[in-house]
Design a protein around this ligand. Structure first.
Ligand code: M6R
Length: 366
């Protein structure tokens, strides 16, 4: 049942190229240069007239929501707020009939997310669900939606659900951008082409596995880890830290790289491994200077870099390469090494990777 892998988590990490393909299949029609998603098409007016989009979710799904915030605002120019479902539902939020609420949930059963959408519905908002489990409570409760086609995710640590959520949300953002005219047709085509290449690039990123295992071995006894990223890769830093915490029980924190100097930099010494997502992107130079600041404080740098990068390679203690892609799609690649890093560390520490202590696959209690 684990298809030859030692754990479901590892199997699911390796399933990502297929899961992403399954998620865009039938929706991304490159030859016709269109994106076809019935749930979006049928409700186009609601999306286009929305004052804002509110995204609610928990855990890893909330991280996917943060990535979506960047892509929706960047490409479709629609204001987005991303909320923890548990905070949103209890704080008497301002919701109107002109709001669109997107609920993201792998299981479709998360109690707080379900309660948040019921509340938003009662106030007249339009609710769109992004779930993996077909026929789940959140899928049924939503006015419309789009499934991720990740297939069953058994490991408690979410992996393929995360990348397929980002895939669905990117498709929606692109579709809306096209409808609004905030993206040119040539850029739109470029995105479709690039999206189609993502599965093979994920495959390529997975090839770093043996090297990641070596790095894992070096740092497996660290008491703390920091994860840093900027822009689209800030949420990936959060997700990397969550993954490490939940399966290896090592304390880890994700931070926007530029926030480091406002506090966390005080933690840095020669015992602190810091994973820095430093792929070629708009703020690349800024990330490089963050790396220099870490280095001068003797922190150990594990850089996630774009293939062929030499600058960070020079500075970092270790580098892990991922293929080049459009910045907005880069979380689909930069996430992969972070999943593998946490997996290997947890295995080396003898932890129960698929069923970490104190955690459940779906959190149906509030
Ligand atoms: O099923 P959901 O996506 O609603 O679950 C949300 C979180 O409970 C979930 O992502 C959790 O954080 C995972 N264990 C993370 O790996």
């Amino acid at each position: 049942e684990k298809g030859g892998y030692d754990h479901f988590m590892l199997k699911e990490i390796h399933e990502q190229p297929k899961a992403i393909t399954d998620t865009y299949r039938g929706r991304l029609l490159r030859d016709e240069a269109i994106i076809k998603m019935a749930g979006v098409e049928d409700n186009m007016k609601k999306f286009l007239n929305a004052n804002r989009i509110i995204i609610v979710a928990c855990g890893t799904s909330w991280h996917a929501g943060l990535v979506a915030e960047y892509i929706f605002e960047d490409l479709a120019r629609i204001p987005v707020e991303v909320e923890y479902a548990s905070e949103f539902r209890y704080r008497n939020p301002v919701i109107t009939e002109n709001d669109v609420l997107i609920a993201i949930s792998q299981s479709g059963e998360t109690a707080d997310t379900l309660a948040a959408i019921k509340m938003a519905k009662s106030k007249g908002a339009f609710v769109f669900g992004v779930c993996n489990v077909v026929g789940s409570s959140i899928a049924r409760e939503s006015d419309a939606g789009a499934y991720t086609h990740a297939g069953p995710e058994i490991g408690v640590a979410s992996t393929k659900a995360f990348t397929t959520q980002i895939t669905v949300l990117s498709l929606i953002a692109l579709r809306l951008a096209r409808a609004k005219g905030t993206i040119s047709s040539s850029d739109f085509r470029r995105y479709l082409l690039e999206m189609e290449l993502i599965p093979e690039k994920v495959e390529k990123a997975l090839e770093a596995d043996a090297h990641i295992k070596e790095v894992s071995h070096i740092y497996k006894n660290a008491a703390n880890f920091l994860y840093l990223g900027r822009g689209y890769n800030f949420p990936v830093a959060l997700e990397g830290a969550l993954k490490l915490k939940e399966i290896s029980y090592i304390h880890a924190e994700g931070y926007p790289a530029a926030e480091m100097k406002h506090g966390p930099i005080a933690l840095i010494d020669e015992n602190m491994p810091i994973v820095v997502i430093a792929t070629k992107a708009e703020h690349y130079d800024k990330v490089v200077s963050n790396i220099q600041e870490i280095k001068s404080r003797k922190g150990k740098i594990i850089g996630v870099i774009t293939e062929g990068d030499t600058v960070v390679r020079e500075l970092a203690d270790h580098v892990i390469e991922v293929p080049e892609t459009i910045e907005a799609l880069s979380p689909l690649l930069t996430t992969i090494p972070l999943q593998l890093l946490s997996y290997h560390i947890a295995v080396m520490l003898g932890k129960n990777v698929d069923q970490p202590r104190n955690l459940a696959k779906s959190v149906t209690v509030e």
